[in-house]
Design a protein around this ligand. Sequence first.
Ligand code: ZN
Length: 164
Amino acid sequence: MSSAAHYLDLGYHDVVIIEKEWHEESSGYQNEHTHHVVACRDRSGAIWKVTVNWAFKTMKGTNEPHVEARVAISEAEYAAFLAKHGPVLDNATFHAKRKRASDAKAQLEALKPPCPECNRPMQARLGRGKEYFWGCIGFPKCKGTRTMTATTRKRIGALESARH
Ligand SMILES: [Zn+2]
C-alpha cells in the first residue's frame, strides 16, 4: 500500500525497493503494515538507504510512515541497488498525476461565479437529485444559489474526478 507518491510526500524520489514485507495486524482493526527498505534520493540530491514502516489504517484510510532508520549511501551503492532491485518507482507518472490534480483544482476555482446575494465565490454542491448547483461559500448564513448548465456540470464532474 505504498507508492512513489507517498515517497514524494516524504521528500524522496528515485525510489528503489530493496526489501518489502507486508503483514496484517491481528488486533481486529485490520491495519496493514508494509515494511520497506529503499534506496532513494532527497531534494538536495543526497542518497539514502531508508527503512520505513508504512502503517495503513483501514478505519482512517491513511497510510502513515514511520522512518525507522536512514543511512547515507554512495552513488556506487545506489547504482548497485538499482541494478539488482530496479526499476525505480515511477516518479514521472506520479508527478504528472499531481500536476493534473492541481490544474483541475485551478480550473475549478476559475469556474466559480460570484454569489448573487453577497458576491462571495460559490461552490459546486451536489443537490438531492445528485445534480450539481452553485451554492454560496457563506451557506448557511447566505442562501444564495445559481443553477448550473449541463455543460458546466459535466465539466465539473470531470475536473472533480481528475483531482483524485
Ligand atoms: Zn452569498
